[in-house]
Design a protein around this ligand. Structure first.
Ligand SMILES: Nc1nc2c(c(=O)[nH]1)N[C@H]1C(S)=C(S)[C@@H](COP(=O)(O)O)O[C@H]1N2
Ligand SMILES: [Mo]
Length: 304
């Protein structure tokens, strides 16, 4: 297998000191050196950036034990119980399709010199629960720019690792494995779209999609494909796992939309983990200002 290094970062792209600090800490922890992690509580005191919600963060324990990751089973605690021995090092991500150099990259090479940031995002599952998660990651658009897709690329498709020896449910036919998701190129280039490599300042836990997963906060959770092993630049809209299973229930766009119900239940409200009363679900999960313009002129009842 051929592994190529990404070009060095340009002088003009050198990141501010604070982000560099995060990156340095991140590099230390991913390379397995002693990492004096600030405690989760201390971490939570850190200041907010332009993309952060100020809503209370969901506790680390809930974020890492209440998951959908069907490769490990269908119960909410399946992933936390069954993913302990999942091997995320070494990790290779294959870049394919309409892109300057389609080839495999190691995890370290893929993320090398990208600006790693912490962002607190609201997340909402199509099942009606929601969380507030302090992700650590980088903007997908930064990676896409470096990979240089050609003019034929119109969508980006992501695939989870296919490894039935490690991902027990892949031995069964419940879903068409590997898990596939996709974004239109402009959605992928939106600054809110990140590839997460950590949460609460720690490396991404296995139940949340270690070592790298997609986070698109204005879409239902199922768009957030975990443990990504393949990124493909394609000219046609990918057929995603859930569209393939139930096209009437799960569309390609999957934008959070309180007025478009799932065929079997309402999407008007949600239950934030840890809260008793339901909240009203917001259009685009509260991110309409940043993303609604991408869908102007589209009928979002048809393009759900
Ligand atoms: N590979 C893979 N990715 C996946 C899933 C899955 O089953 N397999 N579930 C999705 C769904 S339905 C949700 S709600 C989110 C949950 O992410 P979290 O566990 O980090 O909250 O992951 C998404 N990504
Ligand atoms: Mo979900």
């Amino acid at each position: 297998m051929r592994i190529t290094k990404l070009p060095d970062i340009a002088e003009s792209e050198i990141t501010p000191e604070d982000i560099f600090m995060n990156r340095r800490r991140f590099i230390e922890m991913t390379s397995g050196l002693a990492f004096a992690a600030s405690s989760v509580d201390a971490w939570a005191q850190e200041t907010r950036g332009p993309y952060d919600t100020d809503e209370s963060k969901t506790p680390y324990k809930d974020i890492t034990t209440y998951n959908n990751f069907y490769e490990f089973g269908t119960d909410k605690d399946s992933a936390s119980r069954n993913s302990k021995n999942f091997r995320t090092q070494p990790w290779t991500i294959s870049v394919e399709g309409f892109v300057k150099k389609p080839q495999p990259y190691t995890f370290d090479e893929l993320i090398r010199n990208l600006t790693i940031e912490d962002r607190v995002y609201r997340m909402r599952c199509v099942e009606g629960w929601s969380m507030v998660i302090p992700w650590r990651g980088f903007e997908l658009r930064a990676l896409i720019k470096r990979l240089e897709p050609t003019s034929r690329a119109r969508f980006v498709e992501f695939q989870t690792l296919y490894a039935p020896d490690q991902l027990p449910e892949q031995r069964r036919g419940f879903l068409a494995w590997p898990y596939v998701e996709g974004l239109r190129l402009d959605e992928a280039m939106n600054p809110l779209t990140i590839l997460a490599v950590g949460l609460y300042g720690k490396p991404l836990p296995n139940p949340n999609g270690a070592p790298i997963r997609l986070v698109v906060p204005w879409k239902y959770g199922f768009k957030g494909v975990k443990s990504i092993a393949k990124i493909r630049f394609v000219d046609k809209q990918p057929v995603t796992t859930w569209m393939n299973l139930a096209p009437d229930e799960y569309g390609f766009y999957a934008n959070v939309n309180p007025v478009v119900d799932h065929p079997r239940w309402s999407q008007a409200t949600e239950r934030r983990l840890g809260e008793f009363f339901k909240r009203k679900t917001l259009p685009f999960n509260g991110y309409a200002d940043q993303v609604a313009s991408m869908y102007s002129g589209m009928d979002l009842r048809k393009n759900f």
